[in-house]
Design a protein around this ligand. Structure first.
Ligand code: XLS
Ligand code: NI
Ligand code: NI
Length: 435
């Protein structure tokens, strides 16, 4: 017995690039080998429970547009129906993973004790579905930004009772992630930041956040959770300023609080855009420090200045993102989470599937293009050549020397650098051959 939500829709399969069926993969072919590894194992796709199942279609100007059979999401029966539909969708799409917040999967009870009881009940139910289907949990997280108790932050809240509630909530969500065999645990600092500095002691808030994250890591080791702890940078929205501004800011924060070997980054394309960066910039910052964990794949509208969380459809952008990921060796525990939601007029079950099919195809094309760029090697050669001067013993010795002796050598050898082309257009043309 199925829920009937996807009635009339069959399992979506790979139809090849010529397929004109509305629901068919044209590029995502899970078993196809890319650089010797299955495409599915490179991409490690995950569905985001919140956007696909929990979000009801609200925007700042209007309320619910989706009227799903599991709305309103205030009772356990409907929460279980939502689980049934979710696993039907994972099966139709062949999605290997999903991601969730506590608030997406259980009804909000208004107090910790009852939230915990409903979280345990629903994650047991999800666990049974996982066993039957083989679908896995990429990451779990806690929603510490929607309910009014979090309006001034979670671990950075001036009220110690909110800090305590946050600690209890995160403990319960790490426990649930551990129980479900989750491969990562994410902390997105939804309201860890400020609306105005007039009421904010930033130094104290950052210290609390640093201590909180250390407690998370200590707890992970205490219970033997083997997944990776990830933080997700975002510069603003919902707060005016968020402390996890971008990859570089997060890395500085992690180092300050001694967490650089314990915590990695979950990078989201839309957040990169909000921070004024490209996605590949954020990925390159993280990989340069060995701190790339996982990605939230979506796209923002470039005009609206808002975290629009649209499904990705720009192959050249996605290709450059995967190029940097592949160059760094690919995902370990991370994957590609579709942190993306339908447009609020896309009411049908078919829209939900088409959004994922299209996104999976865009990522598959991006991955193939990235692999082809690496195999071709032209970009890598150009990069190596640009820095080749540093391969000489004199150049390397300079890094061990000092300003005095370098200055003496410049005078003695009459060193006078000749500018060389950066060849940007040639490199861009090279990329264009693959995307
Ligand atoms: C919101 C974030 C959120 C996190 C999980 O902007 O992207 O969806 O990924 O809390
Ligand atoms: Ni995200
Ligand atoms: Ni986001």
């Amino acid at each position: 017995m199925t829920s009937g939500f996807f009635d009339g829709i069959d399992k979506i399969t790979y139809g090849g690039s010529e397929s004109d069926a509305a629901l068919s993969f044209r590029h995502y072919n899970p078993d196809e080998l890319i650089l010797g590894k299955r495409m599915e194992d490179h991409l490690r796709f995950a569905v985001a429970w919140w956007h696909s199942f929990a979000w009801e279609g609200q925007d700042p100007f209007g309320g619910q547009t989706f009227e799903r059979p599991w709305h309103p999401q205030d009772d356990m029966g409907r929460a279980k129906l939502k689980v049934d539909v979710a696993f039907e969708m994972f099966a139709l799409l062949g999605q290997p993973y999903f991601c969730w917040h506590d608030a997406d999967i259980r009804p909000e009870q208004g107090n910790f004790r009852d939230n915990l009881a409903t979280l345990e009940e629903i994650t047991d139910y999800i666990g049974t579905k996982m066993e039957q289907s083989g679908t896995r949990c990429l990451w779990g997280t806690a929603n510490m930004f929607s309910h009014r108790r979090w309006m001034a932050g979670a671990s950075t809240n001036p009220d110690p009772d909110v800090f305590a509630f946050a600690a209890a909530t995160v403990k319960s969500c790490i426990d649930a992630t551990h129980k479900l065999g989750g491969e990562n645990y994410v902390l997105w600092g939804g309201r860890e930041g400020y609306e105005t500095l007039l009421n904010t002691d930033m130094g104290q808030e950052l210290d609390h956040m640093g201590r909180f994250l250390n407690m998370v890591v200590e707890y992970k080791h205490k219970i033997g959770f083997k997944g990776t702890i990830l933080v997700e940078p975002k510069p603003q929205e919902p707060s005016k300023h968020q402390y996890d501004f971008d990859a570089a800011t997060c890395i500085g924060f992690l180092r300050k609080y001694g967490l650089e070997d314990e915590v990695k980054l979950n990078l989201e394309q839309g957040h990169a855009i909000l921070a004024g960066h490209s996605f590949e910039h954020e990925i390159a910052v993280a990989t340069a420090e060995g701190m790339l964990g996982s990605i939230d794949m979506n796209r923002n509208d470039y005009q609206s200045g808002w975290d629009t969380d649209q499904f990705p459809n720009n192959v050249p952008e996605v290709a450059l993102a995967y190029y940097h990921i592949l160059k760094a060796g690919g995902f370990l525990t991370g994957g590609t989470n579709f942190d993306a939601k339908l447009r609020r007029q896309s009411l049908d079950a078919e829209d939900l599937l088409a959004a994922h099919v299209g996104a999976m195809d865009v990522c598959a094309r991006g991955l193939k293009a990235a692999a082809a760029m690496l195999e071709d090697g032209g970009l890598e050669d150009a990069l190596r050549e640009r820095y080749a001067g540093w391969d000489t013993p004199e150049a390397r010795a300079m890094l061990e020397s000092d300003l005095d002796s370098i200055a003496a050598r410049v005078l003695a050898d009459d060193i006078n650098p000749k500018p060389r082309s950066g060849r940007q257009e040639i490199l861009e043309n090279m990329v264009n051959r693959f995307v």
